[in-house]
Ligand binder design. Sequence first.
Ligand SMILES: Cc1ncc(COP(=O)(O)O)c(C=O)c1O
Length: 465
Amino acid sequence: MSTTASGDAARDSPSAPIEVRLAAAGLPPLPRLAWLEIDQDALAANLREVARLGGPDVEVAAVVKADGYGHGLEVAARTFVAAGAARLCVATLDEGLQLRGIGVDAPIIVLFPVPPESTPVAAAARLELVVGDEAGATEALRAWTGAMRDPGPARERASMLLLHLEIETGLSRGGVRPERAAVSARRIAETPGVRLVGVWSHLASPEDEQASAEQRRRLEAATSDLRLAGHPVPPRHLLGSGGLFAGSSPVLEMVRPGLALYGHLPAGLPITASTAASGRRLIPAMTLKARPVRVHEISAGEGVGYGGTWRADRPSRIATLPVGYGDGWVRGYAGRSSALVRGRRVPLVGTVAMDAVMADVTDVPGVGLTDEFVLLGRQQGEWIEASELARLRTTIVWEVLAGMAYRLPRVYHASALVTGMRTLRGEASASWVHPEGGEGPRTDRPLGDAPAAATRREAGAREPA
Ligand SMILES: Cc1ncc(COP(=O)(O)O)c(C=O)c1O
């Protein structure tokens, strides 16, 4: 479990065979027998839970970088905005442009500096940029000023460059020193067509109350300098999931949660009584499933997988699951991970290959090609949590989720109903997903709502498998 607080809200994913569920939604079969299922209801519920925790006047800037922490950038963004997120955060310029390309209209912050020469392009797409470094900011403002002088297309499309001033408060990753904040704010104020719309920082150790208080103090020092220098102080933001659920820092005007929106909390976070209940209501949104491509009998003494590192000590039945390190199921799991089938845990044996891993199903009679295995998530009350996988490979839950490869198909559902899918060939919505919200699954705003889906098709996007 990620923390002592979350977990109660885990739930079984739908149990009908995947091809039946896809066909019922008017969708084609999967191109391969390993896939992620993403629960859109869970994403929306988590957003609402986090918004409640933040409070009524606090903006939620939902973090959807790294392909929505592996859940799918577009669906995560649409779902969070529909559930009430005021704003989105991405890490890179092209993530922001991708969202604009599919018609996402919400304000978007690009959390890391973009190449300075791309500043006009970002502004034209109404992406809000960060000032994370004085020298970089000088370059960015120069590129912006140049574009404003040049009567080319960038100027025609962008009338304003919106900036969030990052303050270095202790993470040593980005931001201007607190004592230089007023200088940066003056430069911004003096540059035509540029507006400061946020002041922010990022906690290094949200689990450490003292360290976080010191970071907060530095952010406050920077904002009071801005005030003293006569600059209006724009909305301030400091907290991600850890800071918000630790409950010891004021939330300020905006929060930037990521992990909690996907249903998880950081491990080892001290949680207050008031945030614990909220944490328990978070619902993990991702399940990794696979169906065997072969179930095969081997004799005692036979090896399994590259290098024959695992040998059967009895006659065994081995199911080959078509998921491997090319999908984010890393080699480090070898010899220590399991899968669920028919509600029971079975060991994964041998090394992990790029495209396959083997399960020892000897103790679960009758397992065959139609059985769905769960490698992450819940099945009939048994549960493999992201935090368990994180521990197995001595990493953090963020990396487990964000490490799920793009090539794994994503099947989106709301309750038990499939709302859409994404494969390497494109995205498609369930046939019952209607633009005006008529008949259809219980979802706030389904995957690729029809106008966006139609736009993609008109633009020549490929259909999924
Ligand atoms: C600047 C920034 N803000 C917010 C977040 C979201 O953090 P979390 O996923 O812990 O909520 C991240 C995530 O890495 C980040 O880099």
